[in-house]
Design a protein around this ligand. Structure first.
Ligand code: NAP
Ligand code: HSE
Length: 435
């Protein structure tokens, strides 16, 4: 240990769900970490918005500040831990940290997905690094395995559940019949949701995470805007019930695959057969399945959100940086980019579909539906009549299709909507397999 280093100084940006977990664990496990690193890890400053706010855990009050200059101007700070969230001002703060020669540990998937390549390039120029294990899958180690342990493989596919909030909501709605708003409120109370939960329920958070995983796994640059995205807000209790009767669960899947016309990369709800391993990943748990040419499939699973699981990943990155600083290591394995892949258009996707339609309860209607679908090369695997509303003279049917193209499906749905006999298209959800 160089005599000049008596401690590693930390500037903590944010003291919310994750930040207070990090502060608490650095305090509780100070002696363990000092022994692992060789010197103590010491929080020197904590940036917050409101010093008076009550917190789950707070270090010495004198460390709290609302002035970023108090953090960046402190020469004893070696590492900035960014756990504020959001794109701005977090992006500028990470940039500032790197420009002033600080290492950065961040849990911010939005900043890393949108600006990771620029920030990592800048860090390389400045001889420092940015570590972001907590940005995907909460406490699950997946960034580090992609950067290191899987480097001998060519990754061909990623299939994942990477948003704890939506997985918690979907599980509570399907298992316990809980309403959407109540399930979301619980996910917020448990500290899983983003400060604006639209990011979770509309699939933005999962799209950021998938862009990060795909960039690392496929050694290319995937911007989150290139990820096809749908959220979970259109799913109803009927969809859960009918899916269950057919032997499926509904999950918000994040899927990426190398295909002949480019990378197919998407986040959307999907019916998954209830016997598949990923179908059993419930509540706040996340799972990331990667497919490598040498290893085959590997599944990482664990708590994908929450204070201490996320703290586990943040503090591990911090210890990694601290050990490097103490021992004078400069280089570590990082994202290796090998070119720019094209993204396959959604229209060429081939998959199966679940469709819930409300139809006029008249003879011959089903034949007309089948004929429209057939015109677009969509063949039916099963059709089940669910509920009939005698007063409205309508019936609800659930159709499961064989494999069809997304382009054919979109055209068929547009045509179905024009038919007088089609009172409503309740929902249309892709049916996926991950095995
Ligand atoms: P949070 O509970 O909302 O905490 C955010 C903290 O940042 C608060 O302490 C807040 O200060 C501070 N902050 C926000 N904007 C600020 C600004 N402009 N200036 C100064 N301080 C500011 O958020 P979180 O759940 O801990 O999440 C933090 C990050 O970790 C996000 O990027 C999130 O995506 C990521 N993450 C979260 C989880 C999780 O389970 N929660 C898991 C993995 C990754 P005040 O307290 O004074 O308002
Ligand atoms: N809001 C995120 C989630 C936090 O629910 O998965 C973990 O990244």
């Amino acid at each position: 240990v160089p005599a000049s280093r008596h401690s590693i100084g930390i500037g903590l940006l944010g003291l919310g769900v994750v930040g207070s977990g990090v502060a608490r664990i650095l305090d509780e496990k100070a002696a363990v970490y000092a022994s692992r690193v060789g010197v103590p890890l010491v929080i020197r400053r904590v940036l917050v918005r409101d010093i008076e706010k009550e917190r789950a855990f707070a270090p010495d009050r004198s460390l709290l500040t609302t002035d970023p200059e108090a953090v960046f101007g402190d020469p004893e700070i070696d590492v900035i831990v960014e756990v504020m969230g959001g794109e701005h001002p977090a992006y500028a703060y990470i940039q500032r940290a790197v420009e002033t020669g600080r290492y950065v540990v961040t849990a911010n998937k939005e900043v890393m997905a949108k600006h990771g390549p620029d920030l990592l390039g800048l860090a390389q120029q400045k001889g420092v690094d940015i570590l972001y294990e907590a940005s995907v899958g909460g406490g699950i180690p997946v960034i580090s395995p992609l950067k290191r342990d899987l480097l001998a493989n060519s990754v061909s596919a990623i299939a994942a559940i990477i948003n704890g909030t939506t997985n918690y909501i979907l599980t509570r709605m399907a298992r316990d019949g809980m309403g959407y708003s109540e399930a979301l409120r619980q996910a917020q109370d448990l500290g899983y949701a983003e400060s604006d939960p639209t990011n979770d329920v509309e699939g933005f958070d999962a799209a950021y995470k998938l862009a990060i995983l795909a960039s690392l796994g496929f050694h290319t640059l995937v911007h989150p805007d290139q990820v096809y995205r749908e959220g979970i807000t259109a799913i109803t209790d009927r969809d859960f019930r009918y899916a269950g009767e057919l032997g499926y669960v509904i999950k918000l899947l994040a899927l990426a695959r190398r295909e002949p016309d480019g990378l197919r990369i998407r986040v959307h709800p999907a019916l998954v057969h209830d016997e598949e391993p990923i179908a059993k990943v419930d509540g706040v748990f996340n799972a990331i399945q990667l497919e490598g040419d040498l290893l085959g499939r590997v599944l990482f699973q664990g708590r994908g959100a929450g204070s201490l699981p996320t703290t586990s990943a943040v503090v591990a990155d911090l210890i990694d940086v601290a050990i490097g600083l103490v021992r004078g290591w400069r280089d570590r394995l990082n994202w290796v980019r090998e070119g720019q892949a094209t993204v396959a258009p959604m229209e060429s996707l081939r998959t199966r579909y679940y469709m819930r339609l409300t139809l006029a309860d008249q003879p011959g209607v089903l034949a007309r539906i089948a004929s429209v679908l057939g015109d677009h090369s969509i063949s039916l695997a099963s059709v089940i009549q669910k509920e009939a509303d005698e007063s409205a003279q309508t019936a609800e049917i659930v159709i499961m299709t064989h494999v069809a193209t997304e382009a054919g499906l979109s055209k068929a749905l547009a045509e179905l909507r024009t038919l007088e006999a089609v009172v409503g298209v309740g929902n249309c959800i892709r049916v996926e397999t991950t095995v």
